[in-house]
Design a protein around this ligand. Structure first.
Ligand SMILES: NC(=O)c1ccc[n+]([C@@H]2O[C@H](COP(=O)([O-])OP(=O)(O)OC[C@H]3O[C@@H](n4cnc5c(N)ncnc54)[C@H](OP(=O)(O)O)[C@@H]3O)[C@@H](O)[C@H]2O)c1
Length: 222
């Protein structure tokens, strides 16, 4: 694969520890990818690099994946074979999530305080639950009774000696095999240009103009 694609896909380490160390999913096999499970996994922010990778890995592990993103992420999710998609901008969001539950695990890969309130409401309607957020529960968010959310620093998992077997499995077994098989897609990559493009790239990110793709600034292009 290209260097750019590889540089994007390796950030999947975060999704791996989120799903298999913290959310308790069964590890997938890179050899037999036909396993199917009855449980569902909710990935909020499925069009983010983190969420897109997590959704594909949860699917390889056999779970029914429900992806949430703004409507422009629907095609991306479909292309990656993610079976259920919910548009987070719809008024029916909380009911849409509830209708597809319950969930074995909930990962908020990209979310806001407002999203967490909605996610909390949906989980409360399902009888309570837990979600792991890549940025943690936002300041000021009060979750309903029976709903909890937390944060983990995923890189630290790979520096923890007690996780030695997990680290070896991720990097030297699972990743080696699925990348060789081309079994996981990267979000589309857009090369902006050299360092002079940084301000423009930052502005695009800040104003929410980047959806379902990764911007690349390559210093040697100026
Ligand atoms: N805890 C850790 O150790 C750790 C490690 C790595 C990354 N992270 C964090 O993980 C997050 C995701 O990283 P990334 O590299 O995947 O980011 P990214 O690809 O730049 O995420 C941008 C995408 O998120 C979607 N998005 C934005 N706001 C959203 C919302 N409120 N709900 C759902 N989707 C939303 C956007 O799509 P649409 O607007 O089209 O839906 C856009 O496609 C970042 O906040 C990063 O800091 C944490």
């Amino acid at each position: 694969m290209s260097f750019d694609t590889a540089a994007n896909l390796v950030t999947g380490y975060g999704a791996m520890s989120a799903l298999f160390l913290h959310l308790g999913l069964e590890r997938p096999s890179a050899v037999d990818r036909t396993v199917k499970r009855t449980e569902k996994v909710l990935i909020w922010g499925v069009s983010s690099s983190f969420g897109f990778f997590a959704a594909q890995i949860a699917a390889i592990a056999g779970y029914g994946v429900v992806g949430v993103a703004s409507g422009r992420g629907a095609e991306l999710a479909k292309d990656a074979g993610i079976p259920y998609f919910i548009d987070r901008t719809m008024d029916s969001l909380v009911d849409d999530i509830t209708a597809l539950g319950p969930f074995k695990a909930v990962l908020a890969a990209a979310d806001t305080a407002e999203d967490q309130v909605k996610l909390g409401a949906a989980l409360a309607k399902l009888g309570g639950g837990h979600f792991l957020s890549t940025m943690g529960v936002r300041a000021g968010v009060i979750l309903p009774e029976g709903v909890t959310g937390d944060f983990m620093q995923f890189l630290d998992d790979y520096l923890e000696p007690a996780n030695k077997d997990f680290t070896a499995w991720v990097w030297w077994d699972f990743f080696e095999r699925i990348f060789a098989q081309d079994a996981v897609k990267s979000v589309p990559l857009e090369v902006m240009g050299g360092l002079s493009k940084l301000p423009e790239a930052w502005d695009m990110l800040q104003y929410g103009k980047v959806g379902g793709k990764r911007l690349i600034v390559s210093p040697d292009l100026d």
